[in-house]
Structures are given as C-alpha cells and as structure tokens.
Ligand binder design. Structure first.
Ligand SMILES: *Cc1c(COP(=O)(O)O)cnc(C)c1O
Length: 436
C-alpha cells in the first residue's frame, strides 16, 4: 500500500530543508523575511529582465552563431568566436572595443594589464576614492612589490573619501596634476567599510575630473558590480571598465578569465601588454572555453539577480536578529557583497561553517581559521564551488579580528543563496549564539 501521508510530507519544501539540517524555527523565520521582501525582490527581477534583454540584444545584433563556439589552439590567429565575443562585450558594456580572454588569469591581472598598458614612466595614477583593493596595492607599489608600477617609474596619489562617504572634491582637484595620466575608481567597497559607489555617482566623479583634465584616462574597477544596475560605468564616461569572469559576468560558467572594455585605443594598449607589442589582440587561442564564456554572459543577469536577493535576504535576517549589517536591509545595492558583523570569533566561524555546509561541493568539510599569506590575522573561508575560487558562487570569508565581520557574496541561484544563509543561521543557533 502506498503511504500517501508520507509522500505528501516529502513533497513539502520544509521537509527537505529538515533533511539538509535546517530546523523549523530557522525555516519559519526565513519564510517570514522572504514574505516581507516580495516587493524588493520584484524590483530586482525587473532589473534582471532589463539586463537579460540587454545581453540578448547584443548577442543578436552581433549575429552570434554556432561557429563562435569552436576552439582554437596555438597562436589563435583569426579566432572568430573570440573576436565576436569581444564585440558582444563591447555592445553590452557600451564600449568601442573589448578584450575578453582566458589568458587574463583573474581580476587583479585584468586591472594590472589595463593600468600597465596605458601608463608610461613619469605618469601618475590617482585613486580619488581611497585605498584600492588589497591586491592592487602591490600592482601599484603602495606596498613595495617586484614588477609594480612604482618600479617602472609610475607614481601614485590617493584622495580618501570624506568621513560621510562623499567625494573630497577640493583635494581631488588639487591632486590632479600635470603628470596625472590615469584615474582608478573602484566601484565596489570590496572589504572596506565605505559605501559602494553607484554608477551615477561614478559618473559625477568622472565628469568633475574630465572638466578639469579632459585627457586623463578614467578606469573603473567593476568587480562585483556587473548587472547589479541597468547602467555600467562606460555609459557615464569611464574610458575603461575592468572585471573578472569568475565573478558576475562569467555567470558561474566561465572557468577563468577577465575583461577590459572601453575606448578602442586604451583597450588596444592593454592588449599590447597582455600579449606583446605588435601582436595585441591578434593572438591568444581560446582553447575551448568560448561556449562557457558566451553562455555564462547570457546567464549572468539572472545569476546576479539571485545573488542580490541572497544579499538582501541575509541583511534583513541578521538585522532582525540584532547584528549590524552593511549595506543595511533597505539600502539600494550597487554590488553583490554583504557584510555582517558578529562581534565574536565564534559568530564568524559558525556563519562560515554554515555557508560551507550548504554547498553543492565539499559540503562535508569544516572550514577553520588559518594564517593565510597576505593577511595580518587568521582568516576563515567558506567555498564549495564548481569553479575554484569563484566568488559568484556562494562564498564567505571573515578575518578573525575585531569587529568580527564576515563578507559574503554570490549564489548561482536565489534558492541556493537562501539555503546557505538559513544554514549559517542554523549553525549560529546550534552554537548557542542566536536564540530563536
Ligand atoms: C575581486 C576583486 C578584485 C581582484 O580580483 P581577483 O580576481 O581576486 O584577482 C579587484 N577589485 C575588486 C573590487 C574585487 O572585488
């Protein structure tokens, strides 16, 4: 005899959550918060729809066809699919040209190539938005490093944001000198506490700079920002816009890669640095990754939408439980990173262990804090990703030092992001750090 009662129960989502290890109180809180966020999620969906059509339109306009997916090897001369993909990126991001390559190893590499391809000895680079991402410090030579721009005679100036997060226009104006050749603007806050910049705010900053020095090259580090808004930085005046394919625009499918998009001359200069003077964009075999690059870009708007819902959901859950979250539960979003401050090492550890336990890959491992090279404290990291190190997939990390915050991002689907956050809360409950 068929036990219909049991079957009915198994078809309940809550039952599956229980099987995964998420208790009924955590599930119920999640359900309540999700209910409250319906309106917010609908707005995210509208942006996803806009960006999906933007990508679709670009692919159609560029006449993408099945021959674009062929692999090349060796030099990669006349790689049709590679060149076509660069056309598509240029169309999506409104640039004149683009460089989108598996030879670009990561976001830092893409930024280093864009900078060193366009700066010459004696030039100066300006960051008008404070300290750049950690790895850029060595690229620039803020922290002495072999091969840095500083070693090649490129100097660097920085103007910090004002305490309220606004631009310090007076000092930016002063910092713009005869030698200033490039300006680097990081859209995402990364692992800092300043607000992430909206594309419109980036536009205001670029307009201010160009008014005073029209020939300066404005580059935006767009990591984690792609498809969060309807506009991208080139549309508000950026000359170059740079990012990683194992973040937003790779849609979780790209196994490696980076992109540089913008003014033709500056993209070309970057290509001469990536490959070689004289060769530029002409070489660089695509080695069979193009189908994933195309399909990943096609999926990216919807993947980013899911990650955004996860970030908003987490902000609202943890805010409700009394933790401080950045951005807060109601703020508008300009990247996919969410920070939660727990105030104790145990909180950071339990949270990360929950994210790990919810992963589709390596869910059975328990992450522990360790002394990672390049960090001044122990760090705990959670990631169970199909593409190693991919941070468009659900991932989290937290330095074990005050104020004991975790930064997390990603989720290939909203449902998985939600599960990860509920699992993090479950671990907090089990560790006695939260009472529901
Ligand atoms: C991730 C990131 C980078 C560096 O990218 P990697 O792929 O880790 O080298 C640079 N800037 C920002 C804002 C980032 O988020």
């Amino acid at each position: 005899m068929v036990n219909t009662e049991y079957t009915e129960k198994q078809l309940q989502t809550e039952w599956l959550y229980k099987e995964l290890g998420i208790g009924s109180r955590v599930y119920a809180l999640g359900k309540q918060i999700e209910e409250e966020l319906k309106g917010r999620f609908a707005l995210i969906d509208e942006n996803v729809e806009y960006n999906q059509m933007k990508v679709l339109h670009a692919m159609q306009k560029c006449r993408v066809d099945a021959s674009c997916f062929a692999a090349t090897s060796g030099y990669g001369y006349n790689d049709y699919g590679r060149d076509k993909l660069e056309e598509v990126y240029a169309a999506v991001f409104h640039g004149e040209d683009a460089l989108v390559r598996p030879q670009i190893a990561c976001g830092t590499h893409a930024l280093a190539v864009a900078l060193s391809g366009n700066l010459r000895p004696g030039d100066e680079l300006l960051s008008p938005v404070g300290k750049p991402y950690d790895t850029l410090e060595e690229v620039i030579g803020i922290r002495p490093s072999g091969g840095s721009l500083a070693e090649y005679g490129v100097t660097y100036k920085q103007v910090d944001l004002l305490p309220d997060g606004s631009f310090d226009y007076a000092n930016i104006e002063k910092a713009l000198g005869e030698k200033t050749r490039m300006v680097t603007i990081q859209r995402s806050k990364g692992y800092q506490t300043r607000p992430t910049l909206s594309v419109d705010r980036i536009g205001e900053l670029i307009a201010f700079i160009k008014e005073r020095k029209p020939d300066v090259i404005c580059m935006v580090d767009n990591c984690y920002g792609e498809f969060v808004e309807r506009k991208e930085p080139v549309e508000v005046g950026a000359d170059l816009c740079v990012g990683s394919l194992i973040k937003n625009p790779g849609g979780g499918l790209a196994p490696i890669g980076g992109y540089i998009v913008g003014k033709k001359q500056y993209v070309e200069n970057a290509a001469y640095r990536l490959s070689s003077p004289g060769l530029g964009k002409e070489v660089g075999a695509s080695l069979g990754v193009l189908p994933d690059f195309y399909q990943g870009l096609f999926l990216a708007p919807s993947v980013v939408g899911g990650a955004l819902k996860g970030a908003v959901f987490a902000a609202n859950i943890y805010e409700r439980l009394g933790f401080s979250v950045l951005p807060d539960g109601r703020e508008s979003r300009h990247d996919i990173i969410q920070a939660v401050t727990f105030g104790t090492p145990q909180g950071v550890i339990a949270f990360c262990q929950g994210i790990q336990a919810a992963a589709p890959v390596d869910s059975y491992v328990t992450p522990e804090p360790w002394a990672m090279p390049g960090y001044d404290s122990d760090v705990i990291m959670a990631a169970g990703a199909f593409v190693q190190g991919s941070s468009i997939e659900l991932s989290a990390d937290g330095p074990i030092k005050p104020p004991y915050s975790v930064y997390f991002q990603g989720g290939l689907t909203w449902q998985h992001a939600k599960c990860g956050i509920l699992m993090s809360l479950q671990k907090m409950v089990e560790a006695g750090l939260v009472k529901l």
